[in-house]
Design a protein around this ligand. Structure first.
Ligand code: AMP
Length: 417
């Protein structure tokens, strides 16, 4: 027998029962707000054809170049665990002919995503996102609605210290002209840049704004920004998004250096940070991706969306005094039975569960005293101590008060307000 001790793979973690309540609440608040705003839930597969992400996320991105969990299946196809949601949602939009529905089509989803990143607090190789996508309209209203919803979800959850940063990337044409200008600028100060940034001037010069490297940061302080080079139509679009956010009392900072690690963004770009978190402070972000669907082989179709990082939101809430939400509901009752009654205890628990109550029982051969202790430990409201054929003693675990109850009506007794 091997003595090997297995651990969860690097960059992954188990979510323990006591950690579930906060996570469930995040999904529930998001679900309620999104569905109330007309978003329908869409679940896509955990893996897709590798090409979908190569084309959809962008060949030059870190995600595609370094972070994908790619494997070959037994039929020789290259598949990849999804690193993000938007490409899959757009694939589904096309595959199911959603262009023929009333536009925009508003979809949300939630689940695990996979990126082979260097693990650290708040950055994992399997992480969970809630996503919202609004496909088929380029109206600034779409961008504003999405940003308002993300902000309201985070607010209702009670995450403290949240900041919204906003920028615009313009259209591909303006961006291409700007990128050439930026490349020329970076080359003019090449020897001050980090090796990594220098090596990617051609492939992805915008990444230089993201760099931690001291010299690179200095160079970027004087770099031209895309916000100053937007086409009039893009400037106007951005101004409208801003004015809609202003009208709804959203505070934000304009960040001309905002870049995201995905290639497909056009126009509006935004990011939510939580100052309570350390280096990995981004709790969500997104933007407009008007070119993506065409890039995936569909007709030119605008879209906009965001992802909220569930793990980081849970971390932020766990770190707050209020803990972020109610704990598990206590069980209605714990059935206490001596050895001769154990089988009956299971039948009774089943009957009560079928009647909609939460009922637990001893499964470890404890004595009566041990069972009372267990009832206390799990925080049960009542202990039901089996004694006679058709009656039992119901003990209120808070007051200690006991009374005889008829087993046939115990479900009704407990359900009564
Ligand atoms: P992105 O899909 O990169 O725009 O990320 C959106 C949000 O997902 C981020 O703001 C994070 O909260 C979360 N996120 C992205 N990557 C990771 C990761 N590796 N581990 C944990 N959360 C992540």
């Amino acid at each position: 027998m091997s003595a090997q001790k297995f651990k969860a793979p690097r960059g992954t973690f188990d979510v323990l029962p006591e950690q579930e309540a906060v996570r469930r609440r995040v999904v529930e608040v998001a679900r309620r707000q999104l569905e109330a705003a007309g978003f329908g839930r869409l679940d896509t597969p955990i893996f897709e054809e590798t090409d979908l992400f190569a084309r959809g996320v962008g060949e030059s991105t870190d995600i595609v170049q370094k972070q994908m969990f790619t494997f070959t299946d037994q039929g020789g196809r290259s598949l990849t665990l999804r690193p993000e949601a938007t490409a899959s949602v757009c694939r589904a939009y096309l595959e199911h002919g959603m262009q023929t529905l009333a536009q925009p089509v508003k979809l949300w989803t939630e689940g695990p995503f996979f990126r082979h990143e260097r693990p650290q607090a708040g950055r994992y190789r399997q992480f969970t996102q809630v996503n919202a996508e609004s496909i088929g309209s380029d109206a600034p209203l779409v961008d504003a609605e999405l940003i308002l919803l993300a902000g309201d979800i985070v607010r209702e959850l009670g995450v403290e210290g949240v900041r919204l940063r906003l920028g615009s990337l313009g259209t591909p044409r303006a961006r291409a002209a700007y990128l050439d200008e930026l490349r020329t600028y970076l080359r003019s100060r090449e020897d001050e840049l980090s090796d990594e940034v220098r090596g990617r001037i051609d492939a992805n010069p915008l990444r230089a704004f993201d760099a931690d490297h001291e010299g690179t940061r200095k160079v970027m302080e004087d770099a031209p920004t895309l916000m100053d080079r937007l086409d009039p139509a893009d400037s106007e679009h951005f101004a409208e998004v801003r004015s809609l956010l202003d009208r709804n009392g959203v505070s934000y900072e304009i960040d001309p250096t905002l870049v995201r690690g995905l290639d497909y963004y056009t126009r509006t770009l935004f990011e939510f940070d939580c100052e309570r978190l350390g280096a990995q402070s981004g709790i969500g972000g997104g933007g407009r991706y008007d070119g993506l669907i065409e890039q995936l082989g569909g007709p030119a179709t605008p879209g906009c969306g965001w992802a909220l990082g569930l793990d980081r939101i849970a971390l932020a809430l766990e770190g707050q005094a209020r803990g972020g939400g109610p704990a598990e509901e206590p069980a209605d009752l714990f059935i206490v039975a001596d050895d001769s009654e154990r089988e009956r205890a299971l039948s009774l628990a089943t009957e009560l569960r079928r009647a909609g109550l939460s009922a637990d029982l001893d499964l470890a051969g404890r004595g009566i005293k041990g069972q009372m202790k267990q009832a206390d430990r799990i925080g049960a409201r009542h202990a039901l101590i089996l004694s006679g054929e058709s009656t039992a003693t119901l003990r209120d675990m808070t007051s200690g008060e006991e009374r005889e109850v008829d087993l046939a009506t115990v479900a009704e007794t407990l359900s009564a307000p």
